[in-house]
Design a protein around this ligand. Structure first.
Ligand SMILES: Cc1cc2nc3c(=O)[nH]c(=O)nc-3n(C[C@H](O)[C@H](O)[C@H](O)COP(=O)(O)OP(=O)(O)OC[C@H]3O[C@@H](n4cnc5c(N)ncnc54)[C@H](O)[C@@H]3O)c2cc1C
Length: 566
C-alpha cells in the first residue's frame, strides 16, 4: 500500500539506521498517544520533550547534516528519507513538522555558504540537538524580499553592526544560528549572516501566532557581526535565499500528505462504523464518491511528490527540471490536500470539530501549507515561465529511475544562479501519457491537445500575459498537465493498478473542465479563447465496475487499518 501506516511501517530503506529513525519517531508519537498530543495542541505547550528526543537520538543531526560535515556514514542530506520524515511528523502534528521545516530553511543558507567556520559550527550544534531558523520575511514586505530593510553597516574597526526586524520567523526563540537576510547599509547589496538568540542585542519581541510553534518577531539593535558571522554577500546571498526556498517548499507537500493520511484513517474508521437509518454511513452513494475521490487525490499527491523527489535528487546544472516540479509540489499538492480534507470533512461532519480527534487539527492546519513560503499565486506565476518550453520545445534526457539510493544530495546546496528559468528544457510529456491506454487518460489527452491549440491559435496577448488573474487560471490548466505526467511516470514504479490510475484521471478530467470554465469566464477572455475553453469541458468516462472495484478493494479496505493509541 502506498499510504503511510505507522502500524505496518514497510518503506524500503537501503540501510537499517534510516529505517530505525522512522521507527523510533513513530514509536515516540504512538507512545505519547493522541490525547496528549491534542492536550498540548490546545494548551499551545512548547514541544521541548520532542526536541529532547530529537537531541538524544541525534535525528536532525543525522538527517540534516551533509555527509562531509557528518559524524559518521549515516549523516547525509538524503531527500528520499527526508520525504518520509516530513510525512511522519505532519501525520502526528504540524507543529512538530514546523520546527523541523524551519530548521531546514535555516540550514539552507549555511550549507550553501563558503564559510567553513559557520558550517562546522552548525554541524556541531546539530549534534548537540539545536534547531535552526530562517530570517527572511519582514512585517511590511511579505513576498517582496527586494524591499528587505534589515541592514548591516560596516564599522570603523572592520566589524559590522546589524539593525532591523524580522517577522514570522519559526524557532526564533531557540535557534543559536538564525540565518538572517539583509542588505549592506546604504546599498542594495544583499547579505546573509547569522545571529544568536542568546545575544543581548537580539530582542525576541513576541510569538506572532497563537500556536504551539514559536513564529517569532525579533529585532537586532546594533547587533555586532564579525566577518566570520557572514554567510554570503551580493548575488550569492540572493541566490541562497531563493535556492533555500526551493529546497524547503518541497516539504510543504509532504506535510499535506501526512495530514491527509491520518485524517483519512480517522474519517473512514468513523464513517464505516457509524450506523444511521439502519445502514452504515459508507453505504450512502455520495459518501462512497467523496471517499473514493479523496483517496484518488491523496494517492496522486503522493505519486507526484515522490516523483518530484527523483528529479530533485538527480538535478544538476544540465538538468534543472526540478525547478518546475518543486513549486508544483508546493502549490498543487498542498491545494489538493485542502480538497481532500474538505471531502473528508463533508463526510464526518460534526465529528471533525471534536476536540479529541486528530481531524480537528488537520482541518485547521491543512490551510497553512498553500500559504507559506510563497503563496499559491507566487508559485503559479513562477511555473508559467516554463509553459512554452514544456509544450513546444522538448529535449531528450536519460530515463530516470526511482532515486532511493543512500547518497548525499550535493547539488541542492550548490544549485548555482537562480536565473535562466525560461531556458530550461523538458522531456516530452507525451511519453508518459502514451504509456497507458485507459479511457480517462485518453479524454485527458484530448483536453491537453485543445489547450495546446489554445496556446498556438488563440495565444494570450500582451495584456492577458500581464493580467495575473488570467494567467493564474491558465497556470492551473498547465499545472494539471505536469501533474498528470509525473503521476503516470511514477504509477508503474509503485505498481499502481490500472483501475486506480483511471480513477485518478476521472478527477483530473473534471478538474481540467473546472479550470477551463474559469478561464472561459475571465473578463478578458476573447471569443476564440472561449471556444477553445468550451472544447476543453469534458465528462469523465463512466465505468461503474472500475469505480466499485477501487472503492471496495482499496478505499473501504482502509477501514480499521490504523487508529492512533488514545
Ligand atoms: C505560520 C507562519 C510561519 C512562517 N515562517 C516563516 C519563517 O520561518 N521564515 C520566514 O522568513 N518567513 C516565514 N513565514 C512568512 C511566509 O513565508 C509569508 O507569509 C509568505 O511568504 C507570504 O507573505 P505574506 O503572507 O505576507 O503575503 P504578502 O506578501 O503580503 O502577499 C499578499 C498577496 O499578494 C500576492 N502576491 C505577492 N507577490 C506576488 C507575486 N509576485 N505574484 C503573484 N501574487 C503575489 C500573494 O499571493 C498574496 O495573495 C511564515 C508565515 C507564517 C504564517
Amino acid at each position: 500500500m502506498i499510504l503511510l501506516n505507522p502500524h505496518q511501517h514497510n518503506r524500503n530503506y537501503p540501510d537499517e539506521p534510516s529505517r530505525e529513525i522512522m521507527r523510533k519517531t513513530i514509536a515516540w508519537f504512538e507512545q505519547r498517544g493522541k490525547r496528549k498530543i491534542k492536550e498540548d495542541d490546545h494548551a499551545r505547550a512548547w514541544y521541548g520533550d520532542f526536541l529532547e528526543f530529537i537531541k538524544e537520538e541525534k535525528i536532525f543531526a543525522t538527517l540534516l547534516t551533509p555527509s562531509q560535515y557528518g559524524a559518521d556514514e549515516n549523516y547525509r542530506w538524503d531527500t528520499w528519507r527526508n520525504c518520509e520524515f516530513n510525512e511522519i511528523l505532519a501525520f502526528y502534528g504540524l507543529a512538530y513538522w514546523y520546527t523541523w521545516q524551519v530548521s531546514i530553511l535555516g540550514l539552507g543558507p549555511i550549507w550553501m555558504s563558503q564559510n567553513e567556520i559557520l558550517k562546522e559550527r552548525a554541524a556541531q550544534l546539530l549534534r548537540e540537538g539545536a534547531v535552526f531558523a530562517f530570517g527572511l520575511s519582514e512585517r511590511e514586505h511579505g513576498a517582496d524580499i527586494y524591499s528587505t530593510e534589515m541592514s548591516l553597516a560596516l564599522q570603523p574597526d572592520g566589524t559590522y553592526s546589524a539593525n532591523g526586524e524580522k517577522y514570522y520567523i519559526g524557532n526564533a526563540n531557540v535557534a543559536p544560528m538564525v540565518s538572517t537576510f539583509g542588505k549592506m547599509a546604504g546599498s542594495d547589496e544583499y547579505v546573509f549572516f547569522v545571529a544568536d538568540y542568546r545575544q543581548g542585542e537580539y530582542e525576541l519581541i513576541k510569538n506572532v501566532t497563537a500556536s504551539q510553534n514559536y513564529v517569532g518577531q525579533y529585532q537586532l539593535k546594533d547587533y555586532p557581526i564579525a566577518e566570520d558571522d557572514i554567510l554570503s554577500m551580493g548575488q550569492a546571498a540572493w541566490d541562497s535565499a531563493l535556492n533555500t526556498v526551493n529546497v524547503g517548499k518541497y516539504n510543504l507537500g509532504w506535510a499535506s500528505i501526512g495530514i491527509c493520511t491520518h485524517a483519512f484513517y480517522e474519517a473512514i474508521n468513523h464513517a464505516a462504523n457509524r450506523r444511521l437509518y439502519d445502514m452504515y454511513v459508507t453505504d450512502f452513494p455520495h459518501v462512497v464518491q467523496m471517499f473514493t475521490d479523496a483517496y484518488a487525490r491523496l494517492v496522486a499527491m503522493k505519486l507526484f511528490a515522490l516523483r518530484a523527489a527523483d528529479y530533485m535528487r538527480a538535478a544538476s546544472p544540465e538538468d534543472r527540471r526540478y525547478l518546475l516540479y518543486n513549486p508544483m509540489v508546493k502549490m498543487k499538492v498542498t491545494t489538493q490536500g485542502e480538497e481532500v480534507i474538505n471531502l473528508l470533512w463533508d463526510v464526518i461532519a460534526a465529528k471533525g470539530f471534536e476536540k479529541d480527534t486528530y481531524f480537528e487539527m488537520a482541518a485547521r492546519d491543512i490551510r497553512a501549507l498553500p500559504k507559506l513560503e510563497g503563496t499559491v499565486h507566487v508559485n503559479i506565476a513562477l511555473i508559467v515561465k516554463f509553459m512554452p518550453n514544456f509544450f513546444f520545445n522538448h529535449t531528450e534526457y536519460p530515463d530516470l529511475p526511482k532515486q532511493d539510493s543512500p547518497q548525499n544530495d550535493d547539488f541542492l546546496f550548490d544549485q548555482g544562479p537562480t536565473r535562466g528559468l525560461s531556458k530550461i528544457l523538458f522531456h516530452d510529456y507525451g511519453k508518459a501519457y502514451n504509456s497507458y491506454n485507459l479511457p480517462n487518460i485518453e479524454i485527458f489527452k484530448e483536453q491537453i491537445e485543445v489547450l495546446k491549440e489554445f496556446l498556438m491559435m488563440a495565444t494570450p496577448d500582451e495584456a492577458q500575459r500581464k493580467d495575473i488573474d488570467f494567467l493564474l487560471t491558465l497556470g492551473e490548466l498547465f499545472a494539471l498537465v505536469v501533474y498528470g505526467q509525473l503521476i503516470l511516470e511514477n504509477a508503474p514504479i509503485y505498481e499502481i493498478d490500472e483501475a486506480l490510475i483511471d480513477q485518478i484521471f476521472d478527477f483530473m478530467v473534471r478538474d481540467f473542465s473546472k479550470f477551463a470554465l474559469q478561464l472561459y469566464s475571465k473578463p478578458i477572455s476573447t471569443p476564440a479563447q472561449m471556444d477553445y475553453c468550451q472544447r476543453m469541458l469534458r465528462k469523465p468516462n463512466v465505468d461503474e465496475k472500475r469505480y466499485q472495484q477501487v472503492w471496495k478493494e482499496q478505499v473501504y479496505a482502509l477501514k480499521d487499518l490504523y487508529e492512533m493509541k488514545p
